[in-house]
Design a protein around this ligand. Structure first.
Ligand SMILES: *[C@@H]1O[C@H](CO)[C@@H](O)[C@H](O)[C@H]1NC(C)=O
Length: 431
């Protein structure tokens, strides 16, 4: 379970660390060597702490050329420590650690080009590993130069890895950028801390203590985070909703050379945490998870899903009309407040307010936040292969007529007056 602990242990911090910080992002930046700056490739090639990633780049062959060109990029470089394989063999997740380990254990992989090496299986293995290395390395590159301060401006950013499986409407895979208070710093995808940053002639290198894993589908990731989300994931499975949040290789339908992918290629899910479900009135909770409540549970979960749409605080993209992509904010002044509506899987509107504010008086610091129907998002902008998800500490309450005296109380308090009617009302499609 190394992957699980690695990926989501730090999510726990998201629940306890208040979202404010006082950080000089550049304090741990390594001053570049005086004089002419070198390309990213030359910099890491000559640096003892990067020998393992350099070996992977040499093996893969094409990405190192991108790191050596003039075009400005950002490279996240896992250091040797991050690429040291664990004592026992891990599951075969396509990752840089996996490639690093393979290169350790099967050194013949590195002597390519020998015609004498006509073993078909070896050639095949080398080809597959190169392909994995290529995709995962592309996920470590951003198509522009961003120093630590610039990274800290955004909650997510696009990498140079584009999907080839029909997911995400072709949009590049993204990374999540987290800002931490104790100790101050930046971490990528919740688990990979930026240990140092340095400028090169063609961009920036950020040293990571862990390699990055390209994201899995919304449902698969929520499942990994079941420590916080087990109620949501088992509810989704109970109503047969996983396929609306999943996207992956379909073993049954695929033929050799013709991979088929199935599931839902683009979606956003607002995932109520276990705590959120626990806050529901006790009898409602019992009802929803009883055999009589299955239909209501399905409908309630659908109310938390936004199909065919990528909703990030800084980016909204609807699959149907490609041009509808909206980048919120501008480069000079990144702060914004943006109110918009998206449609849940029930077709009903959800009102989103995304906000990015400067935190004065701290130079350059911003806070990004989001609310859905007034409920604030607890963990924002988790990136997935087929969209995005966010964690809520409240279950979204569908609109209904409140008794007047109940205005300021928990909207679920009078559920017995309206919820059953709502749940029965309107036949629903999908899910
Ligand atoms: C960062 O966010 C701003 C909006 O505040 C957006 O305009 C910009 O394109 C984003 N930058 C990247 C690299 O995604």
């Amino acid at each position: 379970m190394r992957l699980a602990t690695l990926v989501f242990a730090p999510l726990a911090h998201a629940f306890v660390i208040p979202f404010e910080w006082d950080v000089r992002w550049t304090t741990n930046a390594v001053e570049s060597v005086l004089g002419e700056k070198q390309t990213i490739w030359k910099m890491i090639k000559d640096d003892d702490k990067y020998t393992r990633i350099v070996r992977i780049l040499e093996f893969e062959g094409s990405v190192k050329k991108e790191l050596d060109k003039d075009a400005l990029i950002t490279f996240f470089a896992p250091n040797n420590e991050g690429l040291t394989p664990p004592k026992h063999r891990t599951e075969e997740v396509p990752s840089l650690s996996y490639v690093a380990q393979a290169l350790d254990e099967e050194p013949w992989l590195l002597d390519d080009g020998g015609d004498d090496d006509d073993d078909k299986d070896k050639k095949r293995r080398r080809k597959i590993l190169k392909r994995i290395a290529h995709a995962v390395l592309k996920y470590h590159i951003l198509p522009d130069s961003h120093d630590a301060a610039s990274l800290a401006q955004n909650s997510t950013m696009a990498t140079t890895l584009h999907p080839h499986d029909g997911s995400a409407d072709g949009l590049a895979r993204r990374i999540h950028i987290g800002k931490e208070l104790v100790p101050p710093g930046i971490s990528i995808n919740f688990y990979a801390r930026v240990k140092s940053s340095a400028g090169a002639s063609n961009g920036q290198v950020h040293e990571l203590a862990h390699p990055l894993f390209p994201p899995a589908s919304v449902f698969d990731e929520m499942f990994i985070a079941s420590r916080w989300l087990s109620t949501s994931t088992s509810a989704i499975q109970r109503v047969g909703g996983a396929k609306y949040l999943e996207w992956g290789y379909d073993r049954e339908k695929s033929k050799p050379g013709k991979p088929v992918f199935s599931g839902t290629p683009l979606t956003t899910f607002f995932a109520p945490s276990n705590q959120a479900w626990n806050c529901l009135p006790h009898r409602l909770h019992l009802f929803l998870f009883s055999q009589f409540g299955r239909h209501a549970l399905r409908k309630l979960l659908m109310y938390h899903a936004v199909p065919h749409t990528l909703v990030h605080a800084e980016l909204v993209h609807h699959a149907e009309h490609k041009k509808a992509e909206a980048e919120l904010g501008s480069l000079n002044d990144p702060s914004f407040r943006h109110e918009f509506e998206v449609h849940s899987a029930l077709g009903s509107p959800l009102k989103i307010v995304a906000e990015k504010k400067r935190v004065l008086p701290i130079e350059g610091a911003v806070v990004t936040s989001m609310t859905v129907n007034g409920v604030s998002v607890k963990v924002l902008d988790v990136v997935a292969s087929n969209g995005a998800w966010h964690i809520l500490d409240k279950v979204l309450c569908p609109p209904h007529k409140h008794k007047p005296h109940m205005a300021d109380t928990d909207p679920w308090d009078d559920w017995e007056d309206w919820f059953l009617t709502w749940a029965e009302d309107a036949r629903i499609q999908g899910w």
